[in-house]
Design a protein around this ligand. Structure first.
Ligand SMILES: *Cc1c(COP(=O)(O)O)cnc(C)c1O
Length: 461
């Protein structure tokens, strides 16, 4: 048998030309999104004032199995895709595990993360619709960077509301977005009604993703039809675009004669995980294969492991539609953690449904254990991982250590969503022993749950 290469790059013509819609493989669909006023399931017309029409259609389409990736999008993808599937030989050796560890590396573009996969798609559809620009929120800054990049390719303006604590912690993120001509505002801000209201109630707030979303939605709705709001995670359309990660991974593994026994990914809003697992979960649901699927989240923001499966707003300002998902409550403000991209109160409705039905597992880790894994990984594999991605590394390492104990040579696949070069404050804190973690108490969680909308659908939750 020839040795499996360290890095497998598919050729450009092996890159998938269609996205895969995981919902089409689900016998039971996620519950529909509801209009916040009428509590009725949403139609395209309800979503059209907020989202681009084509994206609103993708959002509501649970049936179509494959959706063609427009050629213009494929062309942009080819600037940084196909992304490599890497065999973590050095990490395996360092752990002394019989497991074979593979990771799909999505950090090889300026945004430093997988987020460009959806940003390109969303900017493209906005351009096709004749809009002048888009508005969005960003937490850690990866989504804002990805969207700025995508907007600059397609000649759109990009208004980014950036969670205030990240804005202050990561000035260089703002500079990168500036390279791509984005307009970046710390959130909450005085530019929107909802921002002014949140500031009046809580002047010292360091912001949250949910709050920045409220501001971005308001800015889009108030643009006189010229702009739409775009979101970097959680939504069905975003998971659809991210399916390219899983599709490429599956093709590459097939070329190596491999199939994962375990697939591990970090989960913030669920987009990279939903994309990575899409084809493998479909095999599982069809009974063709039976991989374990593991979501890894921060202990400071444990929506799957400690949240409730309920209808909730996607934002703090309570302006978005309601989604049924695992949530800590839209009023939950997680403690300032270094994995800003995982600081979100809810979870993709698709993943929430799969988790609820027992098709997926979830674990939560404290920051220090995550950074311990990040540093080990950087030393063995040369890539300095994003703190978010390091959650998946921690999960994969622990799976590999279980194999060491049992002597099983399992195949582990994890998603390495991005690089951590803008997160050096976090690494410095870790290295100097200053890293702390706040795990929410039951009372703090209860406060978040108290903010869940009081609607008939949530009775008894
Ligand atoms: C945003 C982000 C995440 C988390 O978002 P998901 O939608 O859950 O994938 C993970 N890793 C990186 C590097 C990110 O930028």
């Amino acid at each position: 048998m020839t040795k499996i290469p360290h890095r497998l790059y598919l050729t450009e013509d092996q890159m998938p030309q269609r996205w895969f819609n995981l919902r089409s493989a689900m016998a039971e669909q996620p519950d529909p999104m509801l209009h916040p006023a009428t509590l009725q399931p949403l139609g395209v017309d309800d979503l059209a004032p907020i989202f681009c029409t084509e994206l609103a259609k993708q959002e509501l389409d649970g049936a179509t199995e494959f959706i063609d990736i427009p050629e213009e999008i494929q062309e942009v993808y080819k600037m940084y895709r196909p992304s490599p599937l890497i065999r973590a030989y050095n990490l395996e050796r360092a752990l002394g595990t019989p497991a074979r560890i593979y990771y799909k590396f999505e950090g090889n573009n300026t945004s430093g993360s997988h987020k460009l996969n959806s940003a390109v798609a969303q900017a493209y559809y906005a351009k096709m619709q004749g809009l002048t620009g888009v508005t969005t929120e960003t937490g850690a800054g990866q989504w804002g960077t990805a969207l700025s990049e995508a907007c600059s390719y397609f000649g759109l303006t990009c208004d980014v509301f950036m969670v205030k604590c990240s804005y202050e912690q990561k000035p260089f993120r703002k500079a990168v977005m500036g390279v791509f001509d984005a307009d970046v505002t710390p959130s909450p801000s005085n530019l929107t009604e909802v921002g002014r209201k949140i500031l009046a109630e809580n002047p010292g707030t360091t912001g949250s993703l949910g709050c920045a979303i409220s501001e971005a939605v308001e800015a889009a709705v108030g643009s006189g039809g010229k702009k739409r709001y775009v979101l970097g995670s959680v939504l069905n359309q975003v998971l659809l675009h991210q399916s390219i990660i899983g599709l490429e991974s599956k093709i590459a593994m097939e070329q190596l004669g491999e199939y994962p026994d375990v697939v591990v990914g970090c989960a913030g809003g669920g987009s990279n995980l939903g994309g990575l697992i899409a084809p493998f979960m479909a095999d599982k649901l069809k009974g063709v294969k039976n991989p374990r699927i593991v979501a890894v989240e921060p202990a400071s923001c444990p929506s799957l492991t400690r949240g409730k499966y309920a209808y909730d707003f996607c934002d703090t300002g309570r302006v978005t539609p309601l989604a049924r998902m695992y949530t800590l409550g839209c009023g939950f403000i997680p403690s300032a953690s270094h994995a800003g991209g995982l600081r979100y109160h809810g979870m993709s409705p698709v993943l929430s449904k799969l988790y609820h039905d027992g098709h997926m597992e979830a674990v939560a880790y404290e920051q220090t254990r995550v950074f311990e894994a990040a540093v080990l990984f950087a030393k063995q594999e040369t890539i300095l991982p994003a703190p978010e991605s390091a959650h998946a590394i921690r999960g994969a390492i622990d799976e590999a250590l279980k194999c060491k104990e049992s002597g099983e040579a399992k195949t582990i696949l994890f998603g390495l969503t991005g690089t951590g070069y803008f997160d050096m404050t976090a690494y410095e804190n870790y290295l100097t022993g200053k890293m702390t973690d706040h795990i929410p108490t039951d009372e703090e969680l209860q406060k978040g749950f108290d903010s869940l909308p009081d609607i008939p659908q949530n009775k008894g939750i």
